[in-house]
Design a protein around this ligand. Structure first.
Ligand SMILES: [Zn+2]
Length: 469
């Protein structure tokens, strides 16, 4: 980005001083695309205007006619689990976020629970010391023994709860009913990983002798497992009320169930991951154990249905489900896919995928891109309008992107601790070129530009209305 030196005006006093102006941009506003720029004071947007009406500032960035949009909010990313510090941590994960235009990360536990005030405080202080982007966190894993903790967790700023219908954190329908009842009474939302355990138990038997082929991981977890679990969980929400969020929707059948639930007036939202939007199960034997995640890659038809549901509104947000691992944990599944870690990188790829495979292929509009990557996640996690929108008073979390930039994805451009990417070798069009968190630049072109410790912990729900469709 082109910068000019200090243009600070003597007439602007200390408290009213403008630290940053970004000018000459095409801004993705809620009302459409505007030509001009923004001014930033004390980390917040203080002015949105055409270039000639922008105030003088300490730093002026010329966006050179590129697109300026709100920073992305990744609503599902496993970037910091103290028990899995060799996988990712707040520093490496937030660098990957910044390099992907993500300015707020909602961290989710992998194996270490976050269900007490002390656990929230510990993770919040680790994030404040290590992260370069803002963050919040999920509570999890929710089971029968921590249902009662929900009011206290909400009081401590954590109002998103994660539960599973399958192992290894299985919660039965009775527990899900209790969880949703608590959410209905106290607020926040319950996010459920939906795969029916009985179907998974049964269908894995069909794969005996075929576990050397990575695609067996997908065939052993059929669409039916997701469909049954989604239908059942929506049925519970219909009785309890409370906001239910379906994690990583991956099948046509689940889309159908979510569509039904929304039409029935249930407070229901859902998410999709970039890997399910890009790959399908026929890619698995070529990609090897790297392509293992849960729920697994599906058919081409499922992938097409996900794009359509994202455009039409059945799917509300795009999240990374970022959960990479050291490559050794993938390679140990070379002869038996069951032995590989389930999880892939993604936080640096959300925006690239939505631009390259979405906007540039006619599957998504810029308006819908801002909804699914910024505004909707801000609303779902109780951060709107502090986050997720370019408007006066909002945090100056912004990304400048070039929708025509072509690149070939290489592991050496990735900031994840793991040093590999599922997207290796993919030719993509459209990339972030500068990222700002509360007006401070955290990423420029190909490098991060902020020291760990810039990120702040965001309490969900503060200063915003609960999510209502
Ligand atoms: Zn996950």
């Amino acid at each position: 980005m082109a910068r000019s030196g200090s243009t600070k005006s003597a007439s602007i006093g200390k408290t009213g001083s403008v630290q940053l102006v970004i000018k000459n941009a095409k801004m993705l506003m809620e009302s459409g695309i505007l030509r001009g720029g923004v001014a930033v004071s004390n980390g917040r947007i203080c002015c949105v205007a055409t270039d000639e009406h922008l105030p003088p500032a300490e730093t002026v960035v010329d966006a050179r006619g590129q697109i300026l949009m709100p920073g992305l909010i990744d609503g599902h990313a496993h970037i910091h689990d103290p028990a899995k510090a060799d996988h990712e941590d707040f520093t490496t994960g937030s660098r990957a976020a910044a390099a992907g235009g993500v300015t707020t990360v909602i961290d989710m536990p992998l194996t270490s629970s976050v269900v007490t005030q002390k656990q929230i405080e510990e993770k919040a202080s680790q994030g404040a010391a290590m992260s370069i982007v803002d963050f919040s966190m999920y509570a999890g894993m929710m089971k029968s023994d921590n249902v009662a903790a929900i009011p206290l967790l909400i009081e401590n700023g954590v109002a998103a709860f994660k539960a599973f219908t399958c192992e290894p954190y299985y919660a039965n329908d009775g527990v899900l009913t209790r969880l949703l009842s608590e959410v209905s009474e106290h607020g926040g939302h319950l996010t459920v990983h939906c795969e029916n355990q009985g179907v998974l138990d049964e269908f894995k038997n069909d794969m005996e002798g075929e576990w050397d082929a990575p695609i067996s991981h997908s065939l052993a977890r059929p669409n039916l497992a997701e469909q049954i679990a989604v239908r059942q969980t929506i049925g519970i929400a219909q009785q309890t009320g409370g906001h239910l969020h379906i994690a990583h929707v991956s099948t046509r059948e689940a889309i159908h169930e979510v569509d039904y639930g929304k039409r029935a007036g249930i407070l229901l939202t859902s998410e999709v991951c970039p890997h399910h939007l890009v790959f399908n199960r026929d890619d698995m034997n070529r990609l090897g154990p790297k392509s293992k995640m849960n729920p697994p890659l599906r058919s081409k038809e499922d992938r097409a249905a996900l794009w359509s549901a994202l455009l039409m509104g059945t799917i509300d947000i795009v999240v990374s489900d970022h959960a990479p691992c050291p490559i050794e944990e993938k390679n140990r599944g070379a002869n038996d896919i069951r032995d590989a870690w389930a999880g892939v990188d993604g936080i640096q790829m959300i925006l690239r995928v939505l631009l390259s495979e979405g906007v540039n292929k006619g599957r998504l509009s810029f308006g819908r891109l801002v909804e699914v990557a910024c505004r909707n996640p801000a609303r779902i996690f109780g951060l709107y309008p502090k986050k997720g929108v370019l408007q006066v008073g909002s945090d100056a979390d912004m990304v400048i992107l070039d929708p025509t930039r072509e690149e070939t994805i290489k592991s050496d451009m990735m900031f994840s601790k793991c040093g590999w990417t599922l997207y290796e070798g993919m030719k993509m069009k459209g990339a972030p070129i500068a990222t700002f968190v509360r007006g401070a630049q955290v990423f420029n072109e190909d490098r991060t530009t902020m020291k760990p410790g810039h990120g702040t912990f965001l309490r969900m729900g503060e200063g915003s209305a609960p999510f209502e469709e």
